[in-house]
Design a protein around this ligand. Structure first.
Ligand code: G3P
Length: 228
């Protein structure tokens, strides 16, 4: 499963990348409003960083019409090159924009997906990724994980080469269940990365190891015990 960081703050992305295996980072219009520095200033830093680390970067178009969405996607693609994937919302104009982008060779993620059929039509239109909002789906009385399971099945059955990138998570359990059903990618907050690997039993065992070691070897480290 590919892991992405859902944030616009480059320092935060770098911190996550220093510890965890990430494939890139995702943003959306709301996330960009929370960037701590002017976005125009950040753009060139984003570009250098994704180039250097060979990561993917996702920006969502803000236009309303298919033509506006396509123009913005083209401009972003020209700037970021092959590291860029455009996020296009699952609205009627968006589906037309998907076609225009694919004809121009721009990779596409269809976002703000809340149903299996939105995803299936996007995949059929040529989207490379769809991004279902798992917790949003749960909150409208449906089942976000089950919805993704159906997407994966439908794509497989139709022979569609579209990946599901799950978004909007509240619990580690949601991610665990997605990994088990073969969801190809997820985007999560930096805090969620820490939650994924935290376990009280691991903390407890580590404390036990430390105290046993200290009683016998004091401040020595394992490497100090190598023959000289
Ligand atoms: O990537 C989608 C995400 O940013 C939406 O998440 O916080 O509204 O559940 P949220």
């Amino acid at each position: 499963m590919e892991f992405y960081v859902d944030i616009a703050d480059l320092d935060a992305v770098k911190k996550v990348a220093a510890y965890y295996p990430i494939s890139g980072f995702t943003t959306n219009p709301k996330i960009l409003t929370k960037a701590k520095r002017p976005v125009t200033e950040l753009m060139s830093e984003y570009r250098d960083y994704v180039e250097e680390k060979n990561l993917k970067i996702f920006f969502q178009v803000t236009g309303e019409t298919a033509e506006e969405m396509f123009q913005q996607a083209s401009a972003l693609h020209d700037y970021f090159g092959n590291h860029f994937i455009v996020k296009i919302p699952a609205v009627k104009e968006g589906y037309q924009a998907v076609r225009l982008c694919k004809e121009a060779g721009i990779p596409v993620l269809v976002t703000v997906v809340h149903s299996m059929m939105q995803a299936l039509v996007a995949a059929q239109a040529g989207a490379d990724y769809v991004a279902p909002y798992v917790s949003h789906i749960d909150n409208i009385g449906a089942d976000g994980i089950r919805c993704i399971e159906h997407m994966l099945q439908a794509f497989r059955q139709a022979g569609l080469n579209c990946k599901v990138l799950g978004a909007s998570f509240r619990t580690v359990d949601q991610l665990e269940r997605l990994a088990v059903i073969g969801c190809q990618a997820v985007t999560i907050t930096p805090e969620m990365f820490d939650m994924l690997i935290a376990h009280p039993s691991t903390t407890e065992s580590m404390a036990d190891f430390r105290s046993a070691w200290k009683k016998t070897f004091g401040d020595q480290q394992i490497s100090d015990l190598l023959p000289r």
